[in-house]
Design a protein around this ligand. Structure first.
Ligand code: TGC
Length: 391
């Protein structure tokens, strides 16, 4: 009988004893959700460039939206539980992990960290249930790596704020009810909660994507959008505001990208034991075994690093440089695993009969958003030398 790749992988890499019962519960619920609600439809959705809005309330009912926040309506789960959920969702597709990240780690985190009591009460419970969707408008068309160069500006007009500018690559913006918009003011960068129905706000999905096709990223235009003074997030001043949210999302990617890697490794392992070439399973050859072993080693190291960072996060000791180690390593190694898995699958590996090319294409986006490989490399260079080399 052909061995079960998942069971074989879990046998060699025994992570369960390192997790609490509660963490395993979150992991198992996310795995069931991914297998029952995402996997059956994802290849077709990716082909059709279709985002399934109807799954959003199901994610909310499962408790996955803003699950690490302690606010009313949010699950208040630990960092490792949240990471495991990201891992399982991204094992199905990066687009669905991205949805949970944008909603929970970016938009809801911004409101939780920097919002007033009224803002938290107005938005967070409904966003946790998936009844309202949020987006996070930081990146601009002239370059995402240097948010300090932002051109979007907000100025006071009586009691109101008037916001003008453009944003690009904003996940969920055309579906969102509220946009967390970061804009330059006389007082430095500030964040605003902008209802997307506001006059002058428009969001247009970006066409021609060959990656993350089952999710939505947009160009956003703010044409003299007028919001009242209580739209300002009172607790965020300067770029450390949005960066505080990016830390949360980058942490989720550390776990998530390894989920995509696991899916690729499982596909390769399944093929290795079932595919016969030269009269025997290809998995009985030394070259294929070496590829599988190398993939396993990087996967296991990546998950253990994610777990280590999660435990640091739970005790409040996780630093931005440590998150950069994780984001850089997870996405880089997940891409390498995807490429190697494709070779094990032979020609069939380029078809949608296997998830590997879809993961590979998705991971190219994940590699670029939330800080590119290059930015995280330079964050680490600065952490080691004390010298910034960004320019
Ligand atoms: P600098 O401009 O000097 O620093 C500004 C202030 O920010 C603080 N800071 C951080 N705070 C918390 N966490 C971090 N990770 C932080 N990084 C910086 C910094 O201490 C300073 O504070 P203060 O109080 O002194 O003003 O910037 P820097 O020299 O520290 O950093 C430069 C660099 C290149 C590392 C930074 O600009 C950077 O991380 N760039 C990458 C930006 C990025 O990730 N962009 C992607 C945005 S979002 C996205 O990709 C899409 S969202 C998903 C979707 O919608 O689908």
């Amino acid at each position: 009988m052909t061995p079960d790749p998942r069971a074989a992988l879990e046998d060699v890499f025994s992570i369960d004893p390192l997790l609490t019962e509660e963490e395993r519960g979150w992991r198992d619920r996310a795995r069931s959700f991914a297998e029952q609600r995402i996997l059956p439809i994802i290849e077709q959705d990716f082909e059709d460039k279709h985002f399934r809005t109807e799954l959003v309330s199901e994610l909310g009912a499962a408790g996955f939206l803003g699950m690490h926040l302690m606010d009313p309506g949010c699950a208040g789960a630990g960092a490792v539980s949240y990471g495991l959920v990201c891992h399982e969702l991204e094992a199905a597709d990066s687009g669905w992990r991205t949805f949970v990240s944008v909603q929970g780690s970016l938009a809801m985190s911004a409101i939780s960290k920097y919002g007033s009591d009224e803002q938290r009460a107005e938005w967070l419970p409904a966003m946790a249930r998936g009844e309202r969707i949020g987006c996070f408008a930081l990146t601009e068309p002239d370059g995402g790596s240097d948010p300090g160069a932002m051109r979007t500006s907000a100025h006071r007009d009586g009691d109101d704020w008037v916001i003008t500018g453009s944003k690009r690559w904003i996940g969920l913006a055309s579906l969102a009810h509220v946009a967390v918009v970061w804009a330059a003011t006389e007082d430095g960068v500030r964040g605003f909660l902008v209802p997307t129905e506001s006059v002058g706000f428009s969001a247009r999905p970006i066409e021609g994507k060959l990656s993350m096709r089952a999710s939505v990223q947009c160009d956003v235009t703010l044409d003299e959008v007028r919001v009242p003074s209580d739209a300002l997030l009172p607790g965020a001043r300067g770029l450390s505001g949005p960066f505080g949210c990016l830390n949360e999302a980058r942490y989720g990617i550390v776990w998530g990208a390894m989920g995509a890697a696991r899916s690729c490794l499982e596909a390769a392992l399944g093929r290795a034991t079932s595919r016969q070439v030269f009269g025997r399973p290809i998995g009985s050859t030394q070259l294929i075994q070496a590829k599988l072993a190398d993939m396993l080693v990087e996967y296991e190291k990546g998950v253990l690093l994610a777990l280590h960072l999660g435990r640091l996060k739970e005790t409040g000791r996780l630093t931005p440089a440590q998150i950069s180690v994780g984001k850089l390593n997870s996405v880089r190694e997940a891409l390498a695993i995807a490429r190697e898995a494709r070779t094990v699958l032979g020609g069939d590996g380029v078809t949608s009969a296997f998830p590997v090319m879809r993961h590979m294409a998705n991971l190219e986006s994940v590699r670029t958003y939330e800080g590119t490989d290059e930015i995280h490399t330079l964050v680490l260079g600065r952490a080691l030398t004390g010298l910034g080399a960004f320019a």
